[in-house]
Structure formats: C-alpha cells, structure tokens
Design a protein around this ligand. Sequence first.
Ligand code: S6P
Ligand code: ZN
Length: 195
Amino acid sequence: MTTQQPFTFFLNQFEARIEGVEPLVRRLSSLRGQFLDQSAFDAILAQGDPMLYKVYAVDRPGVDGELSSGLTILHPGKVGDEYFMTKGHFHAVLETGEVYYCLGGRGMMVMETPEGDWHVAEMTPGAVVYVPPRWAHRSVNVSIAEDLVFFWVYPANAGHDYGAIERQGFRKLIVAQEGAPAIVDNPRWLPPAQR
Ligand code: S6P
Ligand code: ZN
C-alpha cells in the first residue's frame, strides 16, 4: 500500500479558476439532442459553437478512498426557452454521492434516480447541495448574465455514465416562463418500464 502525500491547491474564487490546472471546455455541440428546441439549437450552432462551461478538475487515482474535486463555471444563456446546462450524468459506480458548494451565480441542480424519482435543488452562493448515491445530476444556470460557479467533491473511483441521459435527458427541464425559471416535464422522458 502506498501512502499518499498531502497537498494543497488554490481555488481563485474571484477569477473562477484553479491555479495550475488546465480546464476542460464543453461547447454547445457536445449537448446535441439534450435541448428540447432542436431548431433553436441548430440556429445557435450555425453562428458558431459557444462555450457552455469549463471544468477545472483535480483528478485523483480512481481507487477506493481517493477523492476528486474541482470547479465548474457554467455560463449564462438559453437555447429556445431552456437555460444553459451541463450534460449531466449518473456515476458509473452508482452507489457514490457527491457534494456541490455554490460559490457564485444562480442555478438549479436537477437530479433523478434510475427509478425516476426526481428532485430540483436551488444553487445560490453558500448553498451546499448533497447528491446522494444513485442520483444523476445536472446543473442549470438560471441567471440572465452571471456565471454559475461551484466547487464539487466526489469519490475518485466513481466514473461517469452519460449514456442514459444522452438517450432521453432528465425527467424535468428548467425553462424560462415569463422571465422566471420553471420546472416542466420533459416530453422525451419515459418511465423505466416503457423504455
Ligand atoms: C463530477 C461532477 C462535476 C461535473 C461537471 C460537468 O462528478 O459532477 O465535475 O462533471 O460539473 O458536468 P458533466 O455532466 O458535463 O460532467
Ligand atoms: Zn458527478
């Protein structure tokens, strides 16, 4: 057994980055099929491929006991009436949870279980959202102009399973209705027994 050495990294909250870490960038094109309004999606892509979010990950070896952590910056914007969001995933090791700590902006975390239970949690500065084992999670920026910035920690051996979400999305969508975010049903979503 090897003994890991303690280390420190610096999260620059004001510049929304982690010192010395290259971010992973996700653009709109990587969420093809996720936004309900396909023609609005195509219209934005025809003008370019905007960056939706950046992820600064301090990854650790994927073994029992290790924790990965990092910072995500999700930009504001909409595709049709639907706010910019992350792809969303289950953890490949389903029985692993995650903690999110919101540092800035205004958002919602959409969650669901494989059985179709759902929950939406508000993300505002200071909010710590606990994602229990088995819950898929997606972050949504519901602000008009501000970035949604959050820190997260999860077991380094959890892995990511994007497949189920890529196929039919989450049960609930977050859309702008009369200027305010609303939780609505995703018409593409089917209960587990009908898939
Ligand atoms: C990892 C954690 C976050 C997300 C990130 C981007 O378990 O939940 O780091 O990876 O916010 O979301 P996604 O769905 O594109 O991985
Ligand atoms: Zn996760």
